[in-house]
Design a protein around this ligand. Structure first.
Ligand code: SF4
Length: 250
């Protein structure tokens, strides 16, 4: 097989994966990138609120006693400077015994307003990945962030803020005891894995956090700006689904 044939086969495989993922998300028309569609790029924290219909009812769900203890310990936290700009501390939500935990970077505007993680445009895409792609319900998984208060102007959280907040995330994970973690985006992957490797390098490769298998993948906000990379995320998600199935079968 020559190089051109190999490239062609790779391209066909890429297109097939992309279409498969779009189908899983319920997309029936070809999706154009924002540039192709002549739209302004979407900000990483562009947050159109989800409609009530799009938010799974009961997603906030009750926390477990172990999670409650972590929440109480946090209290009205002022341990780092992020508390100054927040409206609401976004603790996390979902099944307190979830097998799968998604960890993002930090609350955006809408999350800060509502006190819930991933409820903006990126949250809508994450919900589609969970419900249409993975065939799970949003309330079956647990969703949280590296930092629990919104960084002003939606900047990335700074190292000292991450360092101060992550011990509470670790305690949350110790309470939930997930079988698999998905780290969404650069900030989450770097904070959890203590690596300097960028997300494009490590996505799709199994890592571990506190002995829990961790799959790094792109953040849904990134996918809103780069829809073609949904195919890569779908590959990562399929690996997670296979791992969960393997664990379930024992
Ligand atoms: S980001 Fe975390 S450590 Fe900082 S104030 Fe909020 S809850 Fe406390």
């Amino acid at each position: 097989m020559n190089d051109i044939q190999r490239e062609f086969l790779e391209l066909v495989a890429d297109v097939r994966t992309h279409v498969e993922f779009q189908k899983a998300l319920g997309v029936t028309a070809i999706e154009l990138s924002s540039e192709e569609a002549g739209e302004a790029p979407v900000s990483p924290h562009s947050n159109e609120p989800l409609s009530a219909k799009e938010v799974s009812p009961g997603a906030e769900g009750p926390q477990s006693p172990a999670l409650d203890a972590v929440r109480q310990e946090l209290g009205d936290c002022t341990r780092c400077k992020l508390h100054q700009g927040r409206k609401t501390l976004v603790f996390g939500e979902g099944n307190p015994d979830a097998a799968l935990v998604f960890i993002g970077e930090g609350p955006g505007f809408e999350e800060d307003q509502q006190g819930r993680p991933f409820v903006g445009a990126a949250g809508e895409l994450l919900t589609k990945i969970i419900e249409k792609g993975m065939k799970l319900r949003r309330q079956d998984v647990y969703i949280c962030n590296i930092v629990k208060c919104r960084p002003a102007g939606n900047r990335n959280p700074e190292p000292d803020e991450i360092e101060t907040c992550v011990p509470f995330l670790r305690k949350q994970l110790q309470a939930i005891k997930p079988k698999v973690i998905i780290a969404l985006g650069n900030v989450a992957a770097k904070a959890l894995l203590k690596t300097t490797e960028g997300i494009s390098k490590i996505r799709g490769t199994w890592q571990t956090y506190d002995n829990i298998p961790l799959m790094p993948t792109y953040h849904p906000a990134y996918l809103l700006r780069n829809p073609r990379d949904k195919a890569l995320v779908w590959e990562d998600i399929k690996q997670v689904m296979a791992e969960l199935e393997k664990i379930q079968k024992g």
